[in-house]
Design a binder for this molecule. Structure first.
Ligand code: NAI
Length: 247
């Protein structure tokens, strides 16, 4: 069993979906968790559920696109916890449209959250990790960052970008004891997927060797492994968790 005893973890966008499932698994494995999310209502509910189960979890409301708030939240955690061992850059959004229809605002919003947000959180947290000589940074990429997807130019640009950033930061931070990896979920049953038409979903299932969508727990287990001591010699990689969609 993989344990995260005495580890502290920040998970962005963990009010719901994959991040919430990952928070739950990390808590069960013995970690302390802080959720960084914009959605206070959803996050408070998530925190309450986990607290009732006896877990050590907190919520810091912030928008990852705002560096000042992110830096302040990281400092608060250092004051309380003394260290941040794990950062999961999970918060992400979609604003899908084809090149012809995509507005500049749709383009910019996705770049801001999915790329600049990842930069802001890593920039704020990484110095505390290198100071301690230990860290695990995990970035949410996507299968579409590997093969592209009709109508997702903004989103795909960010997810391919995140895979590139993962390789850069792995090179920059490795000597300081910090590993940096990406996880590329395939199509996972979450609210994000609810906007996708049923015909498209059925088509995706047919293209997936395992013949189904993934669950949030299946992504959470990939994060757990990569965050663990057992993954100590893995850095700069992108782990596809997609039922074989991209082979
Ligand atoms: P979700 O939409 O269920 O949850 C995203 C969370 O991020 C929400 O709690 C939201 O409030 C938060 N958030 C959004 N913008 C934020 C900001 N600026 N600052 C702080 N928090 C913010 O998403 P889901 O489906 O759980 O996806 C999580 C990650 O996995 C995303 O990065 C997504 O791109 C990626 N992914 C998801 C797939 C899927 O099938 N659901 C497939 C591939 C990748």
């Amino acid at each position: 069993m993989i344990r995260l005893n005495n580890r502290t973890a920040v998970i962005t966008g963990a009010a719901r979906g994959i991040g919430k499932a990952t928070a739950g698994l990390f808590l069960e494995a013995g970690a302390k968790v802080s959720i960084w999310d914009v959605d206070a209502a959803a996050a408070e509910e998530t925190v309450q559920t986990f607290r009732e189960a006896g877990h050590d979890i907190r919520f810091q409301q912030l928008d990852t696109t705002d560096f000042q708030s992110v830096a302040k939240a990281a400092e608060e955690l250092i004051n309380d916890w003394g260290r941040i061992d794990i950062l999961i850059n999970n918060a992400g959004i979609t604003r899908d449209a084809s090149l012809k229809k995509m507005s500049a605002a749709q383009w910019q919003m996705v770049i801001d959250v999915n790329l600049t947000g990842v930069f802001n959180c890593t920039k704020a947290v990484a110095p505390f990790m290198t100071e301690k000589g230990f860290g695990r940074i995990l970035n949410a990429a996507s299968v579409v960052g590997l093969y592209g997807n009709f109508g997702q130019g903004n989103y795909v640009a960010t997810k391919s970008g995140v895979i590139g950033l993962t390789k850069v930061w792995a090179r920059e931070l490795g000597r300081k004891g910090v590993t940096v990896n990406a996880v590329s979920p395939g199509f996972i049953q979450t609210e994000m997927i609810e906007t996708v038409p049923e015909g498209v979903i059925n088509n995706l299932k047919q293209q997936t060797p395992l013949g189904r969508l993934g669950s949030v727990e299946e992504i959470a287990h990939a994060y757990l492994f990569l965050a663990s001591d057992q993954a100590s010699f893995i850095t700069g990689t992108n782990l596809s968790v997609d039922g074989g969609l991209v082979l």
